[in-house]
Ligand binder design. Structure first.
Ligand code: HEM
Length: 225
């Protein structure tokens, strides 16, 4: 087991499994977040967000998510360092743009940009709800919950820079996924000629949905308010 973890393929496997797990989180997170634009009273989003935080499955998944993020970043750093050391050949002799995509050559930089976005994002919302406890409470049908809608809408209505930063975060994430999605499937073994093309297409569609979906929310607040 320790050999698998320290080997190059083992590290890639860990990156893939944690990456696939993070992609599933993104789909759930986006679905709940889209409720922000379907009800300006905030009730729909608050109930959705409250369902997520009180759901016993989510309570188990949340720490796993933090570990997943951490492992994904640690292994990305190891792999990037190993690749840099192994790269003794002068790459300028090859035309890299023909053999690999821009995203695949800049996965680490894109990952670092997403991490920067994530730190800001956690400070904006998660920290205020879970650590600061500075978020107001509301009641629907006798159930008390955080007014997460006012927190999010307040931020997006307060300053255009935040909206633009969230759009930038979504775009970086989308570009990261154009390579990450198919790379993860390739590492776990779906790499036959037929499947490679199919997964590449599905990966691009998935990346677009994530980038466009997360961008629509700040865009909605820019246009409407
Ligand atoms: C329009 C864009 C987004 C909005 C409005 C949004 C909203 C939120 C809110 C309100 C929370 C706190 C949930 C709670 O604890 O009750 C949260 C947590 C979180 N968000 Fe986002 N988010 C957005 C985009 C993203 C993106 C692009 C990522 C990933 C790169 C992300 C990753 C996370 C993580 C890891 C947490 C902490 C874990 C959790 O609470 O489940 N979010 N987000």
């Amino acid at each position: 087991m320790s050999k698998l973890i320290s080997s190059s393929i083992g590290k890639k496997l860990f990156m893939s499994v944690t990456g696939l797990f993070l992609m599933m989180f993104l789909m759930v997170h986006l679905t709940i977040n889209l409720l922000l634009i379907f009800d300006d009273t905030g009730e729909l989003f608050n109930i959705g967000a409250n369902f997520m935080v009180t759901n016993p499955i989510i309570k188990i998944v949340e720490p796993l998510l933090a570990v997943g993020f951490l492992l994904h970043m640690i292994y990305a750093s190891f792999l990037t360092l190993t690749n840099m050391k192994a790269r003794q050949v002068n790459y300028k002799r090859f035309n890299q743009t023909k053999s690999s995509s821009w995203a695949s050559r800049n996965m680490y930089v894109l990952g670092a940009l997403i991490l920067t976005f994530l730190v800001l994002h956690i400070m904006n919302f998660y920290w205020k709800i879970k650590v600061d406890h500075s978020v107001a409470m509301v009641h629907y049908n006798g159930i008390e919950m955080h007014d997460t809608y006012s927190l999010v809408a307040g931020l997006f209505k307060s300053c255009l820079i935040y909206n633009l930063l969230y759009i930038a975060g979504a775009v970086f994430l989308g570009i990261h996924l154009t390579h990450g999605f198919w790379s993860a499937f390739q590492t776990i073994g779906w790499s036959s000629d037929i499947w490679r093309k199919r997964i590449e297409v599905v990966g691009k569609i998935f990346a677009f949905i994530i980038a466009a979906g997360f961008s629509i929310i700040p865009l909605y607040f820019i246009i409407k308010f």
